[in-house]
Design a protein around this ligand. Structure first.
Ligand code: SAH
Length: 217
């Protein structure tokens, strides 16, 4: 965008944090080069919006590190017609990336403040293919299932059964699983009668507050 003071920082982020570390999917790189991440972080952190790190967004939650957003999005293997569920809307940044790449995005957040802020911003930025709601996302969104892809952006102890059940036959679920402080990012795909689990990378997410995660602090 002409006159966007963050354009250079965003381009550098894509080159240095994503391309150099092996993100190959051009659609993912294009989406990350387009979405104005600075709009999704609080005013006082705006100058850090393209840093190689997660940042606080209120309610003790964080917007994920750009590289992690790219890794998770690439692992979902989205197509223009995909229907996606996101658990943990947070700032809405990851939601916007998903909305750039898929036909329809459903996103669930447990804090109504975060959900409402994200909804207003995504609407202002012109996204019309996102539906959001407040609640326990580990239960999924049964009325809208099945999903081609499901992304959980908070750390779980185990795979929530409802999410598995809401995956389409060729569907992929990307989810951090581990303990409260350190997890591995898994891609879970249906394979015949069973499931195939691939460990993508180690990671650090805020806890999923749910049966399949942890109780509130
Ligand atoms: N994708 C977001 C990540 C936010 S951090 C971003 O990049 O901004 C993870 C989010 O998951 C937090 O906002 C947290 O409140 C939310 N969360 C935790 N447990 C949840 C649950 N059971 N259902 C829905 N959201 C949950």
């Amino acid at each position: 965008m002409y006159g966007d003071p963050y354009a250079a920082a965003r381009r550098d982020m894509v080159d240095q944090q994503l391309v150099r570390r092996g993100i190959r999917d051009l659609r993912v790189l294009d989406a990350m080069a387009k979405v104005p991440r600075q709009r999704f972080v609080p005013e006082e952190y705006r100058h850090l919006a393209y840093d190689d790190s997660a940042l606080p967004i209120g309610e003790c939650q964080t917007i994920s590190q750009p590289y992690m957003v790219a890794v998770m999005t690439e692992a979902l293997g989205l197509e223009p017609g995909s229907r996606v569920l996101e658990v943990g809307t947070g700032s809405g940044y990851q939601t916007a990336i998903l909305a750039e790449l898929a036909a329809q995005v459903y996103t669930v957040e447990r804090f109504d403040t975060l959900s409402e802020n994200a909804r207003a911003l995504l609407c202002e930025l012109g996204y019309r293919n996102i539906l959001s709601r407040v609640g326990d996302g580990s239960k999924g969104w049964p009325e809208a299932a099945p999903f081609d892809a499901i992304l959980v952006t908070a750390a779980a102890r185990e795979i929530p059964e409802e999410l598995e059940a809401q995956l389409a036959p060729q569907g992929r679920l990307v989810i951090p699983i581990g303990d409260r402080t350190l997890q591995d990012l898994y891609r879970v795909s249906r394979e015949g009668e069973g499931w195939r689990m691939e460990n993508i990378t180690s990671c650090r997410f805020v806890p999923l507050v749910a049966e399949a995660g942890w109780p509130e602090d």
